[in-house]
Design a binder for this molecule. Structure first.
Ligand code: PEP
Length: 251
C-alpha cells in the first residue's frame, strides 16, 4: 500500500511570528502520526525558519517553485541547489498559479522537474484542467499532455522519484471541491496511463488531490483508492484544519 502524503502550500502567506506559532502547532498536533508523510511548502524567505523549527521532527519542508537553471544571471530566481542548502525535501512544480500568472508552459515545467530531481529534490508535479476544459470534456487530454511532457523529457522511471498532484484549477482556492468520485476518475485515469508504461511506477506513485481540501472533506477524498493524500492551500494556514486533514490521511 502507498503511504499517504499531506503537503501544505502556504502560497504567499506568512510572517516570522505567525509561522512560529503555526509550525509549532503542526508539530505538536501531528506528533505520533506515523506511517504518513507531512510537509509544508513555505515562501523562500521562511525556508531557514522552517528548517530550524522542523529539523528533528517528522514534518519536512519544501518550496513552491524553483528555477530551471543551475545558476547565472537570472535576477530574482532561486536554484534547486539553494533549496537543498536549506534542507528542502520537496518542491512544487507547475502549480496552476505559476502556469496561469507566470506563463509557465509544459516544457518549462518539465525543465523545472528535471532541475529539482537532478539536485535530489522530490518534485511535486501539479497537473489539472480549467473549468472551460472540463466543460469541453478535454480533462483527460489536458492532464495527459501535462504529464507526457515530463515523461518525454525524463523517462517514465523518473516519476518514481516524484509526487503528482491532480489539482483541477476550478477547485483551487474557490471552495468548490471535486467530488471524491470526480477526483478518483481522474486519478484512476492518470494511474492507468502511467501503468501502460510501467506498472511498477504506477503502483508506487503517490498522486495527491488538491483543490479546496478542508477538514470536513479530506477523509472522503483520501478514502478513494487512487488518492494518496492532498496538496492543501488555504487550509494549511490554519493549524486545526491542517492537523485534522493530516489525521484524516492516517485513518
Ligand atoms: C493549492 O494551492 O495547491 C490549493 C489546492 O489551494 P486550496 O487548497 O486553497 O484550494
Amino acid at each position: 500500500m502507498r503511504p499517504k502524503l499531506v503537503a501544505g502550500n502556504w502560497k504567499m502567506h506568512g510572517g516570522t511570528i505567525q509561522n512560529r506559532e503555526l509550525l509549532a502547532a503542526i508539530v505538536a498536533g501531528t506528533e505520533g502520526l506515523s506511517g504518513i508523510g507531512l510537509t509544508v511548502c513555505v515562501p523562500y524567505p521562511y525556508l531557514s525558519q522552517a528548517q530550524s523549527v522542523l529539523q528533528h521532527t517528522a514534518v519536512s519542508w519544501g518550496a513552491q517553485n524553483l528555477s530551471q537553471h543551475d545558476k547565472g544571471a537570472y535576477t530574482g530566481e532561486v536554484s534547486a541547489a539553494m533549496l537543498t542548502d536549506f534542507g528542502c525535501r520537496y518542491v512544487i512544480v507547475g502549480h496552476s498559479e505559476r502556469r496561469a500568472l507566470y506563463g509557465e508552459d509544459n516544457h518549462t515545467v518539465a525543465l523545472k522537474f528535471k532541475a529539482a530531481q537532478t539536485a535530489g529534490l522530490i518534485p511535486v508535479l501539479c497537473i489539472g484542467e480549467t473549468l472551460d476544459q472540463r466543460a469541453a470534456a478535454v480533462t483527460e487530454q489536458v492532464v495527459a499532455e501535462q504529464l507526457d511532457t515530463v515523461i518525454d523529457l525524463m523517462g517514465i522511471d523518473a516519476l518514481a522519484e516524484s509526487v503528482l498532484a491532480y489539482e483541477p484549477v476550478w477547485a483551487i482556492g474557490t471552495g468548490k471541491t471535486a467530488t471524491p468520485q470526480q477526483a478518483q476518475d481522474v486519478h484512476g485515469f492518470i494511474r492507468s496511463r502511467i501503468a501502460a508504461n510501467s506498472r511498477g511506477v504506477a503502483n508506487e506513485l503517490q498522486i495527491l488531490y488538491g483543490g479546496s481540501v478542508k477538514a470536513n472533506n479530506a477523509a472522503e477524498l483520501f478514502a478513494m483508492p487512487d488518492i494518496d493524500g492532498g496538496l492543501i492551500g488555504g487550509a494549511s494556514l490554519v493549524a486545526d484544519e491542517f492537523i485534522t486533514i493530516c489525521r484524516a490521511a492516517k485513518n
